[in-house]
Design a protein around this ligand. Structure first.
Ligand code: IDP
Ligand code: MG
Length: 140
C-alpha cells in the first residue's frame, strides 16, 4: 500500500554530514523523498514530536538532544514506506542494530549524549497514525 512517513535526520546525522549517505539508502530502498525541510526544532515542536515519551526518564535528555542542532525533516513516500523505513533504520540502540542498517553501519563509537540519550541518527514514524500526526508537525 502506498504510504507516507516522516524521516528525520537527527542533529548527530546532520552534524556529521551524513544526509546524502542516508538519503541515498532511502532512495535505494525504492522510497521517494517528496518534501524536505531543514530546521532546528523548538522545544514546543520537540515536545509534540515525542509526546508519547513524555513520562519516560529519558525524555528531558531526548528534548535537549533533538533541539541541539539542525535536523532534516523529510516526507517519504512509497509502497509500505513506514515498515521499509523502520527496517532500513535498524534497532533503536545502534549497538544492537544489524549491519546493513543506517543505525548499525553509521553509528559513532560513543552512542550516548552526556545525559545518556541514545544518539541514533534517524527518526522514522512507527505507524500510520504516527506518520500522519508527525508529518502534520512539519509539513502542514
Ligand atoms: P525509535 O526512535 O527507534 O522509534 P523510541 O523508543 O521511539 O525509538 O525512542 C525515541 C528516541 O529516544 C530514540 O530514537 C532514542 O534517541 C531515545 N531513546 C529511546 N530509548 C532510550 C533509552 O532507554 N535511553 C536513552 N535514550 C533513549
Ligand atoms: Mg519511536
Amino acid at each position: 500500500m502506498l504510504e507516507k512517513t516522516l524521516l528525520m535526520i537527527k542533529p548527530d546525522g546532520v552534524a556529521r554530514g551524513l544526509e546524502d549517505e542516508i538519503l541515498k539508502r532511502v532512495s535505494q530502498a525504492g522510497l521517494k523523498i517528496v518534501a524536505r525541510k531543514k530546521l532546528q526544532l523548538t522545544i514546543e515542536q520537540a515536545t509534540e514530536h515525542y509526546a508519547v515519551h513524555k513520562d519516560k526518564p529519558f525524555f528531558p535528555g531526548l528534548l535537549k538532544f533533538i533541539t541541539s542542532g539542525s535536523v532534516l525533516a523529510c516526507e517519504v513516500q512509497g509502497d509500505k514506506a513506514i515498515d521499509k523505513l523502520r527496517d532500513l533504520m535498524g534497532e533503536t540502540n545502534p549497538l544492537e542494530a544489524e549491519p546493513g542498517t543506517i543505525r548499525g553501519d553509521l553509528r559513532e563509537e560513543n552512542v550516548r549524549t552526556p545525559e545518556g540519550t541514545i544518539k541514533n541518527l534517524v527518526h522514522g514514524s512507527d505507524s500510520q497514525e504516527s506518520a500522519r500526526r508527525e508529518l502534520g508537525i512539519y509539513f502542514s
